[in-house]
Each structure stands twice: as structure tokens, then as C-alpha cells.
Design a protein around this ligand. Sequence first.
Ligand code: FMN
Length: 191
Amino acid sequence: MSIIKVVYFSGSGNTKALAEAVNAGASRSAESELMEITGEMIIEGRFKNEEFLAKLDQADAIIFGSPTYMGMVSGQMKCFFDGTSQRWFQGTWNSKLAAGFTTSLGLSGDKQSTLSYMATFAFQHGMIWIGCDAPNELFQGKSMEEATNRLNSNTGVMSQVNFGDEFMPTPGDLKTGELLGERVAKFANKK
Ligand SMILES: Cc1cc2nc3c(=O)[nH]c(=O)nc-3n(C[C@H](O)[C@H](O)[C@H](O)COP(=O)(O)O)c2cc1C
């Protein structure tokens, strides 16, 4: 069984909910684990948690999740990415599979920039990027709440969440996350 890690940062819970959905999808056919990046892992502006990174060395696939902050991954996620530079030098993550997901407030919110950056990061490591192939079910007449991939993203999973504690990713966005997890697991199991 392949090993998948779902690495995410979440400030107010939206990305966490999507991470749980991705992990649920991946867990159907792989050994998948959620790994949360927290502020305490960043000391004097640097990501410092070797144990966290060492666990990722064992993975066949890593799926990255971050809210979109100012049109990019969150600062915490960027610190984590920067903290992998030693792996880049050594090619440790070369040929692992990678994928990504993000949440934001705006319908666009510049989420594409976040996912494109995650893919660039993965390409730098020599990882193999898996996109999102979930159908946009708006075309099949489903509602904005229920439709998978309603934002029509193929680079990775996008979820838009309104402002306020009462809101979270729609059932359709969560289902899209599950489908991404399933897809990554399918390819990881073929490796
Ligand atoms: C510092 C900051 C910057 C943000 N920048 C954007 C942005 O560029 N585009 C957008 O649509 N939403 C932006 N948002 C809203 C978040 O992306 C959105 O609320 C997201 O779902 C939060 O995810 P979380 O609950 O996992 O923290 C920003 C929020 C914060 C706190």
C-alpha cells in the first residue's frame, strides 16, 4: 500500500476541512495521513521541524493544502516550502507524486496563483504533479452547493468559502477534494 501525506496549513479551519476530505479520499486505497503545519514550527522566520520533514521523506505522494493569502500560499506554508531546500539539494523528493488544494474568500481570489506556485515548488523538487480531473457538475445541472469542481480548476482543487464561522467548503468542494485524494492514491499505488 502506498504512503500519502496531506500537508496543510489552516488559519480558521476551511483548508483543514478540505484537507480532511482529501485525506478521506486518499485513505480509501492508500495509507494516508494528515500533517498540519502550525505557527510553532516556525522559529525566527524559519521552518524548524526535522521530524516532520523526515516523515515526508517516506511518502510516495505529498498533497499540499493552503489558504490563499494575498494571492499566494500562506506565509506558514512558504516557510515550510523554504525549509525543504536541503531535500532539494539532495534530490530526496525526486519522482514523488504531488498535488495541491486551496481555499479562499473570493470567487477568484487569485487561487490560481497559489496552485501554480505549489506546482512550481513540486517541479523544483523533481516531483510529478497530479492535476484535478473532477468534472464540473454545473454542466450536469447540479447546484453551486453540490456540484464538484464548480470553479473549474484543473491545476488542483479550489474551494471558495464565504466569510464567517458559519461557512465552510461546500459539499461539492469537499467531494472534489475527496476525488483528488482518490486520484493521487490511484497513481501512487501504480508506482
Ligand atoms: C492574511 C490573509 C490574506 C488573504 N488573502 C486572500 C486573497 O488573496 N484572496 C482571497 O480570495 N481570500 C484571501 N483571504 C481569505 C482566505 O483565503 C479564506 O478565508 C480562506 O478560506 C481561509 O482558510 P483557512 O480557514 O484554512 O485559514 C485572506 C485571508 C487572510 C487572513
